[in-house]
Design a protein around this ligand. Structure first.
Ligand code: ADP
Ligand code: MG
Length: 289
């Protein structure tokens, strides 16, 4: 059952305007949905509603078979939190225990699972994120940023959530770390989970997401396919400060008159486009090269 957000409004106390203004949106199951927009547009506020960290001022959310409103009980919120995992922007925030393994086990243990079984769960989760076995007994504070992030993700996965939400998962990662994260997100999706990620990386959106949601000043500015956003909504892309995928920018620089529907979004499309472009040059009898 898809995630349904209906007329969601959120006012933070003492703020002059609502951080989210009557957002209505469907987030499909088993796919990767990206949430994008300028800093302060409401992205983090939105995702915190999806696992009950924040409650709507008005409106409601249907997720993992629960309906969340202003009046939802602590028990309902708890139930949602077990099935909707959240990986925060700063992974260090999420690591508390003395060793990585203890940390990743902490969630299942808190749910009342036997230690043996919790450890099994933790090790499976650590394997899924390719966390090195030799570092499992390490103190999390001694890990690199990329390792901390993987440990934090494993801690969330150990609860076997149906939905996993990432707030800016590639922030602070080097190119290698970003590639690994991309593969991890794909792996997670292939196991049938629903993935939601807040990101500023439009290349990641183009490569991974089947749906993209654009927020602007707490309002829904766009919801649809990345291809539609980048090819058909250039004004919106610009006004919301989104940096289009690299491949699209290359072609717009090289051949500004290219029809919008032919603009490539990802590298393999760019390669195909370039081959065609070079071939066409030959047709015109170019003598260069
Ligand atoms: N805890 C808070 N208390 C008051 N205002 C907040 C709080 N968190 C966020 N805001 C405000 O809500 C708006 C949306 O913030 P946020 O959801 O963090 O945006 P984003 O994640 O897109 O950067 C901003 O104007 C921000 O200042
Ligand atoms: Mg944020």
């Amino acid at each position: 059952m898809a995630i349904e957000i209906k007329n969601l409004t959120h006012w933070y106390l003492d703020q002059p305007t609502a951080a989210l203004q009557s957002i209505s949106l469907t987030i499909p199951d088993h796919e990767i949905t990206a949430i994008v927009g300028k800093t302060g547009s409401g992205k983090s506020t939105l995702i915190k509603h999806l696992n009950g960290l924040l409650q709507p001022t008005t409106g409601e959310i249907e997720i993992v078979g629960q309906r969340l409103t202003q009046r939802s009980s602590a028990r309902d919120l708890q139930r949602v939190r077990q099935q909707v995992g959240m990986v925060f922007q700063n992974p260090a925030q999420q690591l508390f225990a003395k060793t990585v393994l203890d940390d990743v086990m902490a969630g299942p243990v808190a749910l009342g699972m036997e230690r043996d079984q919790a450890q099994q769960r933790a090790q499976t989760a650590l394997q899924l994120v390719h966390f090195p076995v030799r570092l499992q007994s390490q103190d999390p504070v001694l890990l690199s940023g990329g390792q901390q992030r993987r440990a934090a993700i494993a801690g969330v996965l150990a609860l076997e959530p149906q939905v996993v939400i990432f707030d800016e998962p590639t922030a602070g990662l080097d190119a290698q770390g970003q590639r690994e994260l991309l593969h991890l997100l794909r792996d997670l999706q292939s196991t049938g989970r629903t993935i939601i990620m807040v990101t500023h990386e439009m290349d990641l959106v183009a490569q991974l997401a089947s749906h993209v949601v654009v927020l602007a000043n707490g309002q829904l500015a766009f919801a649809g396919a990345p291809r539609t956003l980048f090819q058909s909504e250039p004004e919106l892309v610009q006004s919301t400060n989104l940096v289009p995928p690299e491949s699209l920018q290359v072609v717009q620089t090289l051949a500004p008159t290219t029809p919008r529907s032919e603009l490539p979004l990802i590298e393999t499309e760019l390669q195909r486009w370039l081959l065609r472009y070079l071939g066409r040059d030959d047709d015109h009898g170019s003598t260069s090269g």
